[in-house]
Design a protein around this ligand. Structure first.
Ligand code: ADP
Length: 236
């Protein structure tokens, strides 16, 4: 479904990604882990199109999207959340989701977008807050709002950036249940986490980055027992 080959991203003299390969098959939850600064968020941005790659290629559902704009990729079915949520504070929760839905489909009228927002907020379990201002939400609800905004685009592939960070164990468990239910709905998931153990409970397959390079990949079991991964985490 998604194939990234030889992705290199430089910021001036900094090589954030130095030729990374990354593949997602249909219906998979793929965990993307690595120490801080290893390039995870940069890779997500190269997939979503908010950053242009320096070299390498990104293919999605058989089309080369390496040079496509973010909204083109959103229309094709790729949507993302941000590690630091960026909701529009002067709009209600439902309006925030509706605005995201309209970004995903230019043809969507505001009433239809609000309908879509109601469905999606119900899907993630925060529909009782639909008329609230975003500023009234707890961290947990904001994280779920971020997932709702990404789902509003009706994605085939959703890119989640540390959506469970900072949540207490029961909130995180609820979040993990939500993420695995996305897979049951036929949505493929890329899930970034600093915490390897949290991802390994959910992922079908995992990639480990270290200093902008592929360090390891495989099933969670293979990755957790890989000496290089243990060393990168202890050393990092
Ligand atoms: P991670 O998500 O794994 O913590 P990042 O992708 O955020 O890692 O960062 C990878 C490297 O790229 C880091 O060295 C970071 O400082 C650098 N980097 C990321 N974004 C930028 C940017 N916009 N400008 C300059 N350097 C950046």
């Amino acid at each position: 479904m998604l194939e990234c080959t030889g992705i290199t991203k430089r910021f001036g003299g900094i090589v954030a990604l130095g030729g990374v390969d990354f593949t997602v098959r249909e219906g998979q939850i793929v965990g993307l882990v690595g120490p801080n600064g290893s390039g995870k968020t940069t890779l997500l941005s190269c997939i979503a199109g908010s950053l242009a790659v320096t070299s390498g290629s990104v293919t999605f559902a058989g089309s080369d999207i390496t040079r496509s704009k973010p909204h083109t990729r959103a229309h094709a079915g790729i949507s993302r959340t941000f590690q630091i949520p960026r909701p529009l504070n002067s709009f209600s929760v439902a309006e925030n989701v509706a605005i995201a839905a309209m970004f995903g489909s230019e043809a969507l009228s505001k009433p239809l977008a609000m309908e879509r927002a109601a469905t999606v907020l119900d899907r993630v379990g925060i529909s009782k807050h639909q008329s609230s201002q975003v500023s009234a939400l707890t961290l947990h609800e904001r994280k779920f709002l971020e997932i709702a905004r990404a789902l509003a685009l009706d994605p085939k592939l959703i890119l989640l950036d540390e959506v469970l960070g900072g949540l207490n164990p029961s909130e995180a468990a609820e979040g993990m249940e939500l993420i695995s239910s996305l897979r049951s709905d036929g949505i493929s998931v890329v899930y970034i986490e600093h915490n390897v153990k949290a991802v390994s409970a959910l992922a079908d397959y995992m990639y480990v980055l270290n200093r902008g390079q592929n360090l390891a990949e495989g099933t969670p079991q293979e990755v957790l027992s890989n000496g290089l991964v243990i060393e990168a985490y202890l050393g990092g």
